[in-house]
Design a protein around this ligand. Structure first.
Ligand SMILES: C[S@@+](CC[C@H](N)C(=O)[O-])C[C@H]1O[C@@H](n2cnc3c(N)ncnc32)[C@H](O)[C@@H]1O
Length: 274
């Protein structure tokens, strides 16, 4: 059986982040800072050691540095994410107090890299090939009294179908990927219209979602393989078993989330270590 924790089993996340990073503006950076502030509070970051697991484009490592983190370690398994994060931080970081490494969460040993007052991993651990092991390792990297902020795909009825779709999309040609993405976006726009929302306004306002871009997030959603998902209750149970205490969570309780027609969507959590 294929080992899904290996890079060669993964969707080319880094290429997507490289493309996204070429269009990062002050508006994206501002929104990334606001999102981090909303989730963790700038006070929780100022002067703290911050670990960004699965840094992607590096946008949120940059936001942490701009919000006053004393030291940032950004890691990603994908070499294109690592080179993109390095370039973004070199160009935009207000301080050189950061390190960017190509490393899997499974190879981040607290005995070597130490523990962090703030561990951040947004939309990552469900793509590692072993989400529960990755969550466990991330908890070990949080120092006593420190915070662990993360986002994970919600378990929905359509998750098994999305898993098949992602496995196909991650391996198919870029032309087929574009066709699939156009079909998805067409159907999504129609659904927005049918529910009384204007698709153009939705896409324009998308930067308000942590500074991200609609087209890049669609590609990431359709291709994000390996894929796992989890219910908020299962997150709570796992975190409790690791002596983590819930600080905040942003969980969408709408009935429509049960199905996951256009994706399972991420729930956000912040836990602190006793
Ligand atoms: C959906 S992207 C999220 C990027 C970023 N955190 C953000 O919020 O924009 C997931 C990232 O996790 C990385 N990743 C996947 N498996 C990983 C692992 N085992 N260790 C570290 N990073 C991993 C991918 O390469 C990708 O850049």
């Amino acid at each position: 059986m294929q080992d899904l924790t290996r890079l060669d089993a993964h969707f080319a996340f880094g290429e997507n982040w490289r493309d996204f990073a070429s269009s990062i503006t002050a508006a994206h950076i501002g929104e990334a800072e606001r999102a981090l502030d909303r989730l963790l509070g700038a006070a929780a970051l100022r002067g703290k050691k911050f670990l960004d697991i699965g840094c992607g484009s590096g946008l949120h490592s940059l936001a942490a540095l701009r919000l006053g983190a004393a030291r940032v370690l950004a890691c990603d398994i994908d070499p294109a994410s690592v080179s993109t994060t390095k370039a973004v931080l070199q160009a935009q970081s207000p301080t050189p107090s950061y390190e960017v490494v190509q490393r899997s969460i499974f190879d981040l040993d607290p005995a070597q890299v130490g523990q962090f007052e703030c561990v951040y991993s947004w939309g990552v651990l469900h793509h590692t090939g072993d989400m529960i092991k990755a969550l466990t390792r991330a908890c070990e990297l949080v120092s006593a009294g420190g915070a662990f902020a993360f986002a994970l795909y919600r378990k929905t009825l359509l998750c098994p179908l999305w898993t098949l779709e992602k496995r196909w999309y991650a391996q198919t040609t870029s032309q087929r990927q574009r066709t699939a993405a156009n079909l998805y976006m067409g159907a999504h726009r129609l659904a927005l219209r049918l529910t009384g929302r204007d698709p153009a306004t939705y896409v324009e306002g998308y930067v308000g979602k942590r500074g991200m871009s609609y087209a890049h997030d669609v590609h990431d959603w359709l291709g994000g393989y390996p894929y796992e998902s989890i219910s908020p209750r299962a997150v709570d149970e796992l975190m409790t078993s690791h002596s983590m205490h819930l600080v905040r969570r942003n969980v969408d309780r709408r009935f429509t989330r049960l199905l996951g027609l256009f994706g399972s969507g991420c729930d956000e959590f912040v836990f602190s270590k006793r």
